[in-house]
Design a protein around this ligand. Structure first.
Ligand code: NAD
Length: 399
């Protein structure tokens, strides 16, 4: 992933005529913290925080607990965060963190000790005006609340602005949970408007009916009356109904612990067949690298919305873009989460609380402006939306 991200930056830097020195500043990392967490029962885990670039504001990025976390992945994701915050015009930089651990193998007590040690080790290097971590894969508000508590005990800070993604009682923001899915709907809807396609009907399928995918589906059902969800999948199975699926019903079914493999009232579709469905849009909300040379030729859609980070690999991106498929890039499509994280931090710093309506209004403004800028750049310079979003981000980081 790091190679792909660096290749994209180098290509865009060349198109923009940046100097070697400017390119080097984009590729380098400001700081890397690599350390070991030693639990009191003797278990040890490698831990990381990479701070990529703070030219536009404090570093910002999630902390992931996953067995496959490694320094190169953290570097790539930190770089993507700098590009994402710049692409949507936030006054923030980019960072990422992680611990190479399978949290499902830890007890609640061990998980809390891990979270607290992670925050304690990084306390001298983070803070409300320095670096503001957030949840990511396998980390949630409960884990972030422990980290905030630890940070505040050690430093005396009481702003609650040192981390975002907190529970509401600890200073979290209304609207955060739905923000990434909601943001994806805003971006696709605005793009269709710019393309004068907003009055036509749109059929779509969602790969990955988790937090992001399910909020995409339910918000779209509420706000976009001419969109129809035809298929959805999770890691075990997919469901399909040409007449349309009820996104809320699927949401409730999943929330009650069900797997789509057992969902009644719809035909089954495998994850691989979902990519080949004859629908207008494919919303990729599960994992990275899911559309590759192995399956790219079967993709029939007009639009791909990248809600996961990097779900279309580089070769598939080239192939599909040449074929005329419009790929809505991750750094704009899934930026809703970091935008509401920024709003959470802003509320904490200014000791105010926005209503959910106000959070959603501000989220929409950021993403509409980012989509407009990306679209107009792509038209003006005859490049893809991905290249346009990257160019805008890189210009903002180097200007
Ligand atoms: P999640 O764990 O809630 O949901 C992921 C869903 O994908 C689950 O339903 C899971 O069953 C499904 N899935 C896993 N493997 C699959 C497979 N091979 N095929 C089909 N489905 C599969 O995670 P999430 O928070 O919804 O995040 C989804 C993606 O979006 C991740 O890649 C994440 O990094 C990215 N993302 C999330 C946010 C956020 O705010 N949550 C922000 C930006 C990007």
């Amino acid at each position: 992933m790091l190679e792909t991200v660096h290749a994209l930056i180098k290509k865009t830097a060349k198109q923009l005529g940046l100097s070697e020195q400017q390119l080097e500043l984009l590729l380098k990392f400001d700081a890397e913290h690599t350390f070991e967490i030693n639990l009191s029962d003797g278990k040890t885990f490698p831990a990381f925080r990479v701070q990529h670039n703070n030219k536009r504001g404090p570093y910002k990025g999630g902390v992931r607990f996953h067995l496959e976390v490694n320094i190169d992945e953290v570097r790539a994701l930190a770089t993507l965060m700098s590009l994402k915050t710049a692409a949507v015009g936030l006054p923030l930089g980019g960072a990422k963190g992680g611990v190479a651990v399978n949290p499902r193998e830890l007890s609640g007590v061990q998980l809390e000790e891990l979270a607290r040690q992670y925050a304690a080790h990084l306390a001298p290097h983070i803070g409300p005006k320095v670096d503001i971590p957030a949840p990511d894969v396998n980390t949630d508000s409960r884990i972030i609340d422990w980290m905030v508590e630890e940070y505040e005990t050690l430093t005396g800070d009481n702003s609650h602005a040192s981390f975002t993604g907190k529970s509401l009682s600890k200073g979290g923001s209304l609207g955060r949970e739905a923000a990434t899915g909601r943001g994806g709907v805003t971006v696709l809807a605005r793009l269709l408007e710019l393309l004068h396609k907003d009055s036509s009907s749109l059929t779509y399928a969602i790969q990955g009916y988790g937090n992001v995918g399910a909020f995409f589906g339910t918000v779209a059902q509420h706000e976009q009356s001419n969109w129809k969800l035809i298929a959805a999948s999770d890691s075990r199975s997919g469901v399909y109904n040409e007449a349309g699926l009820d996104a809320h019903d699927l949401f409730n079914f999943k929330a009650s612990g069900g797997s789509l493999a057992n969902y009644k009232g719809a035909r089954r579709v495998s994850n691989n067949d979902l990519f080949g469905l004859d629908v207008d849009a494919l919303v990729l909300a599960a994992l990275g690298d899911v559309i590759t040379p192995k399956n790219m030729e079967g993709v029939k859609v007009t639009y791909i919305v990248e809600m996961a980070n990097g779900p279309v690999d580089n070769k598939a991106y080239q192939y599909l873009t040449n074929k005329g498929v419009i790929i809505v890039p991750d750094i704009v499509a899934n930026a809703g989460g970091v935008i509401v994280s920024y709003l959470e931090w802003w509320q904490n710093m200014n000791k105010v609380r926005f209503s959910e309506k106000e959070v959603n209004r501000r989220l929409k403004t950021y993403l509409t402006e980012a989509t407009d800028a990306m679209y107009h750049y792509s038209r003006k310079y005859k490049v893809s939306l991905t290249e346009a979003a990257l160019a805008i981000a890189i210009k903002r980081l180097t200007d």
